[in-house]
Design a binder for this molecule. Structure first.
Ligand code: ADP
Length: 177
């Protein structure tokens, strides 16, 4: 098994120049919206929403892939995270997002993927819990990856970054890699 690097950075998910695919914290209809989806659609241009029309709707935990349009990335993977306290079990549905996105990127032959903190904005998932779920989902999927070599979490603020870095350090399947 080849090594997969997992890292956390502060930044804008729509400005990851060196990644093959970025993940969108999408809504069910895959429409532009606010937060991550707004940033990705405005950087991608209207072609992305047009392409997405044929892929929508998606359910919590699901992932679909589109091209990157005017983004610096070849592709966008759109995931619908759970609305915290509404879509249950939230932890499994959030974990499914990361797992399904990783497997979809891998099946598409991509080598680098960047994730935002899915569900932790408008959808209300507590950040610390979401970070632990994300790291465990990545750790549990690593053995099934053949082409993905770099997994990056992109956090909007320095505080959010330190929460994710802490979760990365604490995950028994990822620490010391
Ligand atoms: P959701 O609806 O899944 O909760 P949001 O887009 O509302 O998704 O927020 C998800 C997380 O992404 C939040 O922690 C938010 O602070 C962060 N975020 C918002 N915009 C960006 C961006 N441009 N790049 C990276 N992270 C972002």
């Amino acid at each position: 098994m080849m090594a997969v690097k997992v890292e956390c950075v502060q930044g804008n998910i729509a400005a990851q120049q060196d990644m093959d695919v970025i993940v969108n914290a999408a809504n069910a209809q895959l429409l532009p919206g606010s937060g991550v989806a707004g940033a990705i659609h405005s950087a991608a241009g209207p072609g992305l929403a047009e392409e997405c029309r044929a892929l929508a709707p998606i359910g919590p935990g699901e992932a679909v892939i589109s091209s990157g349009h005017n983004l610096p990335n070849q592709h966008v993977i759109h995931c619908l995270g759970p609305v915290y306290g509404v879509d249950e079990p939230s932890d499994r549905l959030l974990s499914d997002c990361f797992r399904n996105a990783l497997l979809l990127a891998d099946r598409s032959g991509l080598s680098s993927i960047a994730f935002p903190a899915i569900s932790t904005g408008v959808f209300g998932y507590p950040l610390r819990d979401a970070a632990a779920v994300a790291m465990k989902a990545v750790a549990d999927t690593l053995d099934n990856l053949n082409s993905v070599r770099l997994v990056r979490f992109v956090l909007f603020s320095d505080q959010d970054l330190s929460v994710f870095e802490d979760a990365l350090k604490r995950d028994p399947g990822l620490s010391g890699r």
